[in-house]
Design a protein around this ligand. Structure first.
Ligand SMILES: [Zn+2]
Length: 494
């Protein structure tokens, strides 16, 4: 398999070759747990869930680390402002760890709703303070950081003087950055306005603080990810991901810290997901066009015309490649709902289909070829930087043949036993294992099978009012009865 990944660092699609195959190390910046998980986050975590699933499917043994930021992420995303969690704790008059627990729970629920697999390790920043303090000491010792008024800053000038290039990931030029930098409180503590805090001095009213060689304080947000990734994945690892808003300064700082500490670039492939828009506008709280997953599931938001199920939303997000912007609209979501139900129906019927050897059935070479092409096409799409829109188009082409088999318009024998088995196995793997989609019937399937039997009985007894009752029972759950010559089934209403 030749998987290519767009690497933000090299600005091109690079062939993916892990450092130590079959092992792959992957780190993704997790949520800062101070409010409900929003959809932009969901898209990022779904993208890396897809990659985690795909790499695993290809046979790699992936150690996937996704952290929880539970301290140190300041409101301004830089060195200024209050701690996001501390501020929320004050507002709600709660202990900061209550805020952390509440929104960690919420985050996990949302991940589960979307069938996003848990990572292999989910470390927390507060659980790695010792590692962070040691890293700060180490950077000071190496002359790449300095203490100032109880805070410690990373020294960009010293880092670049040692032959490094701060700004290489985001393509920022130092002079431009300096011109953009405003003089803020605390800037005077720094030798260079671009220097960033790796340890911050805490004032007495600051809720989350710990003892350190530099007095009471708390770790810098950027340093957390450097320490947790190095601890569990080593000084250099394969893949680091996150939303594109994290490219600068967060990931740029991670590179500087990692390189400063060990002399090696910490990450080989940097991946960034693009953002979400709503009806063409950037999704943001202040514009009132941002909604929570729960609002999507209930339809309870003025911009939503109906409720959308988690799998509809998952399918909708996966239809676009992660590097393109994704626009939410009711029309697009409704189309995704229809598409998902068609695929889910295909999956259901395919699971019930068995190969039947039949005498005298001629092999259909044209169809055989087309199926082989789409089975390969799915992989080609995925291998092209996770181009899910191409991969899913091939899945729909395969669905066409699944439906022909189901409707008796195509004999399994015309495909041959091997290709029939390959089609069945791969369709299920693509849908469930790689794309992470799952069926979501409202009732247990045993109940539905029982109702279907009643339908057959009433029909045989010509009790048509009862037959209609059973039909509406299915309809109320978004299901239909497919009454065909050769079989009777239920299916999702498309
Ligand atoms: Zn991070």
């Amino acid at each position: 398999m030749s998987l290519k990944i767009y690497n933000t660092l090299t600005r091109q699609k690079d062939l993916f070759t892990p450092l130590a195959p079959p092992y792959v190390g992957m780190y993704v910046c997790g949520p800062t747990v101070y409010n409900n998980a929003h959809l932009g986050n969901v898209r990022t975590f779904m993208t890396f869930d897809l990659l985690f699933r795909y790499l695993t499917h290809l046979g790699y043994k992936v150690r996937y680390v996704r952290n929880i930021t539970d301290v140190g992420h300041l409101v301004g995303d830089g060195d200024e402002g209050e701690d996001k969690i501390g501020r929320m704790a004050k507002l709600e008059q709660l202990e900061p760890m209550e805020i952390v627990q509440r929104y960690t729970n919420d985050f996990h629920r949302v991940m589960e709703d979307f069938n996003i697999l848990p990572p292999s390790i989910e470390p927390t920043a507060t659980g790695h303070l010792i590692e962070q303090i040691e890293a700060v000491q180490d950077l000071i010792k190496k002359g790449l950081a300095y203490e100032s008024n109880g805070s410690v800053y990373f020294d960009i000038n010293a880092y670049n003087a040692a032959g490094n290039d701060y700004g290489k990931l985001s393509g920022r030029i130092l002079e431009d950055l300096l011109n953009e930098t405003r003089e803020l409180d605390g800037q005077s503590e720094k030798r260079n306005p671009l220097d960033f805090a790796i340890w911050k001095n805490a004032s007495p009213e600051h809720l989350m603080q710990w003892n350190s060689p530099w007095g009471r304080g708390f770790p810098g947000w950027h340093l957390e990810c450097t320490c947790m990734s190095a601890k569990y994945l080593g000084n250099q690892f394969d893949i680091h991901g996150g939303g594109m808003d994290l490219k600068f300064p967060h990931h740029e700082c991670e590179i500087a810290q990692g390189k400063g500490l060990t002399g090696t670039d910490p990450v080989r492939y940097w991946m960034h997901t693009n953002m979400l828009t709503v009806n063409g506008q950037k999704m943001s709280k202040s514009l009132g066009n941002s909604f929570l997953p729960a609002q999507l599931f209930s339809g309870d938001h003025e911009l939503l015309e109906q409720a959308y199920s988690p799998m509809t939303v998952r399918f909708f997000m996966l239809q676009s490649q992660y590097r393109s912007t994704l626009d939410f609209s009711n029309d697009a979501l409704k189309a995704a709902q229809k598409g998902f139900k068609r695929l889910a129906n295909g999956l259901r019927v395919l699971k019930s289909l068995e190969y039947v050897a039949e005498e005298g059935v001629v092999s259909d070479e044209k169809k055989r070829e087309d199926i082989e092409k789409s089975l390969q096409g799915f992989y080609d799409g995925m291998n092209d930087d996770l181009n899910t829109s191409v991969a899913i188009a091939h899945l729909f082409n395969l669905l066409k043949y699944v439906n022909m088999l189901y409707m008796n318009q195509l004999k399994a024998a015309a495909l041959g036993e091997d290709l029939f088995a390959k089609l069945k196995e791969n369709f299920i793997i693509f849908f469930e294992d790689v794309l992470g989609l799952q069926e979501e019937p409202a009732e247990g399937t045993a109940v539905l099978t029982g109702m279907l039997n009643l339908y057959r009985e009433y029909k045989a007894a010509q009790q048509y009012d009862k037959v209609d009752e059973v039909r509406s029972y299915f309809k109320n759950q978004g299901l239909v009865i497919r009454d065909m010559k050769h079989r009777i089934d239920w299916a999702y209403e498309e």
